[in-house]
Design a protein around this ligand. Structure first.
Ligand code: GLU
Length: 492
């Protein structure tokens, strides 16, 4: 198979979540690395559960992550006539047969097998019907499904999974499985193969939950005379309690839109996702897009389950700490103009944006991003922890309030006095404000750290931050003086 063609085939029954985004990412990386094509196929055959909203959410999520596809989106439901026709072809070629066994009959056989502690598989009753017997049943109106005829002879189904290695399944362990329901609807197992054959998929990279389907799907490829793709199954993603992550159990925290809304940088999330189940073989954790395309390989996908680790009880770690740390890394190291652009929607949303930040105050805005980002982890921090840079209305971090302000009642008088001192200072620079603050502290017999930490609390609301004298200059005399003068209100 010369051309590399992979696919991402989500079922649109919910939002794009971490597990499916990882599948998309691995397929995307593999396609990009090999100059192949990524096909997007919406597997919407479950019409009851598929929604337009979910389709849109998946497309938006992929776009936000920057995972572009080369073909599609194709819709599986549009190909239903072809799936039905393929089933008919298998019937015509004697590779499938109608099965008239009722649910009650099958259930009774299953229960009998369970009682006898033998394994259950369809016993082939209808496989032995003569064409006359089958058409008699049909004319009596007995409902039927279509079953695939698993070959009697031949070795086991063998495939070389790129992650899990050689896998073998004896034919005797595969029952004649259903490919079309009694209402005429094709089963997913069949539709998925027919679509992969039509889309000329060379590599199926999917979750380990697909491993159980693979032998039956290989039999279908063989029966259709189609080349069997290479399979690579990825480990499942579990939470720290070893439960499979799901939206039902974990809610929004596994949704891609959660990360977008909580201030993640798209590439940072990809960088986190790739490490959920893949490792480069050394301790490198940060990869640019091109580096990752270079480094990625199916062979380095882990076999053991990936752990999505987050601490529900610590709001600072509202998701996996590794995701937060990787995001923080990008936030601090990307070009400042890029971070400034990414932060803008969060400031707009918080009502803190000023159009002048794109005009005459651009330099000030870029400086604000540059000087505050050192301690930040998400883009929301610019509207949260850095709120005081954009508005007079901001809360003081309770730690700063207790430790740096309320502990020293004398600050209620000292801070307005410091304001007067700074109001009269000429020029107003980092050097002159520092000298003024030192002189002021000495005159009042306090360590300089006391009024400075308190000034940080009432001017920025924070315990820590960039040099306070630089903050004075950055925010400007007027703001600094105003906030120091209103400090006594913070004691109320
Ligand atoms: N539609 C399936 C899913 O979302 C894809 C299975 C496959 O990749 O073959 O789980």
């Amino acid at each position: 198979m010369s051309e590399i063609r992979v696919r991402f085939p989500p079922s649109p029954t919910g939002y794009l979540h971490i597990g499916s985004a990882r599948t998309a990412l691995y397929n995307w990386l593999f396609a990009r690395k090999h100059g192949g094509k990524l096909v997007l196929r919406i597997e919407d055959t479950d019409l009851e559960r598929s929604t337009q909203e979910s389709i849109q959410g998946i497309l938006d999520g992929l776009e936000w992550l920057g995972l572009d596809w080369d073909e599609g989106p194709y819709f599986q439901s549009a190909h239903r006539p072809e799936h039905v026709a393929v089933a008919q072809r298998l019937l015509d070629e004697g590779k499938a047969y109608p099965c008239f066994c009722s649910k009650e009959e099958l259930d009774a056989k299953r229960t009998a097998a369970e009682t006898a502690k033998t394994s259950y598989g369809y016993d082939g009753t209808c496989r032995r019907l003569t064409p006359e017997q089958a058409s008699a049943k049909r004319s009596q109106g007995v409902p039927s499904v279509v079953r695939f005829k698993v070959p009697d002879e031949g070795g086991p189904v063998v495939f070389e999974d790129q992650v899990y290695g050689r896998t073998e399944k004896p034919l005797a362990e595969i029952e004649d499985f259903v490919i079309v329901r009694s209402d005429g609807s094709p089963l997913y197992l069949l539709s998925n193969v027919v679509d992969d054959v039509r889309d000329r998929i060379s590599h199926v990279i999917r979750g380990a939950d697909g491993l159980g389907n693979t032998p039956r799907q290989i039999l279908l490829y063989q029966a259709l005379g189609a080349p069997v793709p290479v399979f690579a199954h990825m480990p499942l993603t579990l939470d720290h309690n070893k439960a499979k992550i799901s939206k039902r159990k974990h809610g929004e925290i596994v949704a891609i839109h959660f990360y977008r809304d909580h201030g993640f940088i798209p590439w940072a999330l990809n960088n986190f996702l790739v490490l959920l189940g893949w490792s480069p073989g050394n301790d490198q954790e940060i990869f640019s897009r091109d580096e990752l395309i270079q480094a990625f390989s199916l062979e380095r996908i882990n076999r053991s389950n990936a752990v999505f680790n987050y601490r529900k009880d610590d709001p600072k770690f509202f998701t996996d700490p590794k995701a937060i740390n990787i995001n923080g890394h990008y936030l601090r190291t990307l070009p400042v103009a890029e971070v400034a652009a990414l932060a803008k929607p969060f400031l707009v949303k918080a009502g803190l944006w000023d159009d002048a930040f794109d005009g005459e105050r651009r330099a000030w805005y870029l400086d604000t991003i540059e000087s505050t980002r050192e301690r930040f982890h998400t883009l929301t921090d610019f509207a949260g922890l850095a709120r005081a840079y954009f508005s007079d209305e901001f809360p003081i971090d309770p730690k700063a309030l207790q430790k740096n302000l309320l502990q020293y009642p004398e600050l209620e008088q000292l801070l307005p006095a410091l304001a007067d001192r700074l109001a009269a200072l000429e020029p107003f620079t980092a050097e002159t404000t520092e000298a003024a603050a030192r002189g002021f502290a000495e005159e009042h017999g306090v360590k300089v750290g006391i009024p400075i930490n308190a000034a940080r609390a009432v001017i920025t609301g924070q315990v820590k931050g960039p040099s306070m004298f630089e903050v004075f200059v950055h925010l400007g005399r007027e703001t600094v003086v105003r906030r120091l003068r209103s400090a006594p209100q913070r004691f109320a």
